[in-house]
Design a protein around this ligand. Structure first.
Ligand SMILES: [Zn+2]
Length: 494
């Protein structure tokens, strides 16, 4: 199939100003791009009407690992113009799978109704492609899943050689890199030598190390130092900071030091950020450390006991009252609360009790947004030369059958565009992430490159999603092609 786009304003992804012209695709490739390609006989001609034609946008940080199987049309992403997503972030990937972590993963992803039958990158990739995803994904291998596959989710000694061998196998099969989520179980149990040992494996493959830092607030600088030191000790050259932020008002002043620390690191540094000042994660992180380290099952059992429930409620009552104004329930299936998704906890009659009840009844699914980021720091971080857009979300359908997402799942890219000149915004969501994650032949409009293309109206391109309507599609996108077609996404193997 040959498709001719005529009369477009072509943004080639390099950051150069646009040029008027035509683009021809042939199968899954771009066959030509130039001022006028009129002598051709395409199968289909699309009049661009002077609108912008750009390489498909790349979500540098997503979590569609299982949602892409359950809802392969990937509406939340494709409706923003995203054609490729980096998955397997924050230490959580859907492989490798052994009998040590299979039940845990099946439980974690239960709401998607997809049974995890595979054991490695190759098996997962085959099952994903069988379902004809609308977008490409490039999966990272996640440390928490890797650790779970070797020793489960508790703080137990384990054989690092076994973990290293499993990681090597995923990278050989094509995983895009290695991610950690050191704030979460069981990554939080890992000491720096463990990460260094695994990064030594990664360094042989010259692929990126992406990290959800051990702390993004009170210990931000220490956590950044740890990430840099782990890379240096392992000979790993490329460090990518996930959703770079200074979390919590008391830590907003740390941005200068954080930026300096990264600038002086003898590494290639990149980062992603979603353009919002409210984060979203499991509600359970509001608990004190010793409880936050419980697995979901352990927490449910703990809170089912009335004495422990009363203790935890009392602990939550010690939170400063402002905390409940900055914490919003995004999604839960807990009875009594499922209809109140999107509300700030301060709107509930007894916020600490509400929080404890939700955690008891829905410890793994309850998600909350925390307003703790500085708008000015957001602007400064986005403008760092190495920062790209990452939604930090899974691709969702418009309805809420798989739960409710943060509005970033539908609005990050148009929001991100608001911070830049158009050609620079496009560069940061195309060629920059393609180079960062080694997506060869993607991220530019150039002969021979993959026919991942977005036709859109920049004047109408805006987010319609907010916390009251988080799944509203962005305006302004006219047409999206992935590998020259629709529902023709692939799992990209390195
Ligand atoms: Zn994360």
């Amino acid at each position: 199939m040959k498709i001719l786009f005529q009369n477009c304003l072509i943004y080639d992804g390099s950051g150069s100003p646009p040029v008027s012209g035509d683009v021809l695709t042939d199968g899954d490739r771009i066959a030509d791009a130039g001022p006028v390609l009129s002598a051709l006989r395409p199968d289909r001609t699309i009049d661009g009407g002077g609108l912008a034609l750009a390489p498909g946008f790349i979500d540098a940080h997503g979590h569609s690992d299982l949602s892409i199987l359950a809802a392969p049309e990937a509406t939340g992403k494709i409706s923003q113009g995203v054609t490729t997503e980096i998955t397997g972030n924050c230490g959580l990937s859907p492989f490798p799978v052994t009998e040590r972590n299979r039940d845990h993963l099946n439980h974690l992803y239960a709401n998607y109704g997809v049974e995890i039958t595979w054991r490695d990158f190759a098996g997962y990739a085959a099952e994903t492609e069988r379902r004809r995803p609308a977008i490409n994904i490039a999966p990272l291998c996640g440390h928490n899943t890797l650790r779970g596959a070797v020793c489960g989710y508790r703080d137990e000694p384990f054989d690092i050689e076994q973990a290293a061998a499993l990681l090597r196998e995923q990278l050989r099969q094509g995983a895009a890199g290695f991610s950690t989520g050191l704030l979460y179980t069981p990554g939080c149990f890992s000491a720096p030598p463990e990460i260094t040992a695994l990064l030594k494996v990664l360094a042989d493959f010259k692929r990126p190390y992406t990290t959800h830092l051990r702390s993004e607030g009170n210990q931000l600088l220490e956590a950044l130092s740890e990430a840099v030191d782990s890379c240096r000790s392992a000979g790993q050259e490329h460090l990518h900071i996930s959703h770079f932020k200074t979390s919590g008002r008391a830590n907003w002043h740390k941005l200068d030091d954080a930026v300096r620390l990264l600038a002086s690191a003898p590494l290639k540094i990149t980062a992603d950020r979603y353009p919002y000042t409210e984060s979203m994660t499991q509600l359970g992180i509001i608990l004190p450390d010793e409880l936050a380290r419980y697995t979901n099952d352990e927490l449910a059992r703990h809170l089912a006991d009335p004495v422990h429930f009363a203790e935890v409620t009392a602990l939550l009552r010690r939170q400063p009252p402002e905390r409940w104004q900055t914490c919003r329930l995004v999604t839960t299936i807990a009875p009594n609360y499922a209809k109140r998704n999107g509300r700030v906890f301060a709107e509930f009659p007894d916020p600490p009790l509400a929080c404890a009840e939700i955690l008891r009844d829905d410890p793994s699914g309850a998600m909350a947004a925390f307003r703790g980021m500085c708008p000015d720091n957001l602007r400064r971080i986005l403008n760092l030369p190495y920062v790209m857009c990452g939604t930090d979300e899974s691709a969702r359908p418009v309805d809420y059958r798989f739960g409710v997402s943060h509005p970033r799942g539908f609005g990050s890219f148009p929001e991100f565009f608001g911070y830049f000149k158009l050609e620079e915004a496009i560069r940061r969501v195309t060629s920059l992430p393609a180079e960062t994650f080694g997506l060869a032949g993607r991220g530019r409009i150039r002969r021979g490159y993959s026919a991942d293309l977005v036709l859109f109206d920049p004047a109408a391109y805006r987010s319609e999603a907010d916390f009251s309507h988080p799944h509203r599609m962005a305006g302004g996108i006219k047409l999206v092609l992935v590998n020259g077609g629709e529902r023709s996404g692939r799992v990209l193997a390195r």
